[in-house]
Design a protein around this ligand. Sequence first.
Ligand code: ZN
Length: 234
Amino acid sequence: MKVTVWNENIHEKEMSAVTEIYPGGLHGYIAGFLKSDDVEVRTATLDDPECGLTQDVLEDTDVLIWWGHAGHEKVPDEVVERVHKAILSGMGLVVLHSGHHSKIFRKMLGTTCNLKWRDGARERIWTIKPNHPIAAGIPETFALDPEEMYGEPFDIAEPQEVIFMGWFDGGEVFRSGCTWVRGNGRIFYFQPGHETNRSFQNPYVQQIIKNAVKWACPVRKNIELTCPHVKPVE
Ligand code: ZN
């Protein structure tokens, strides 16, 4: 399985707290815990030509992981277009935390993906679909303290499945782990992962991301997107 971890890599250059918690940046850290005998991982950032997401890279990627926050608008539309097509053709997409406002996530869902937020909260994640492959090995509930509060209403297209619910110490609730299918591609969104918190160090968070990569990995990818009305079948 081939995974590409994309991170805008902006906060890493501005706040030493981020690289103190996540050496190598969020992309490097996530790549580090995903790597195994079965999972080949590369990273890509805004600093790379074409954001590191060339056609060759996408064709060689089973699952793309996306972390972004301050640089959503810096991702060129032609790159978003290319990623969009790759997902419809079978590539999996795992969007983390503030990636909810990325161009690619909003394009896939067709909604604003707006939500409520507040920093410095205590979160309790509840596994509400314990038999889902993304919930494998995850307990009924676990706490993340601190984590940024993301609250409903979350303006997303109706998820296919809600696997995790987040509850916060202000009483807010959030659909923290959701799935969609678009074309031939599987999409998972997971809410924890603010850059100055330690959530990606949490073993359950790591397990959920590993499970999500496995779940989103296509049986077939690079499926040609044709329309019989344009190109008749011989
Ligand atoms: Zn955040």
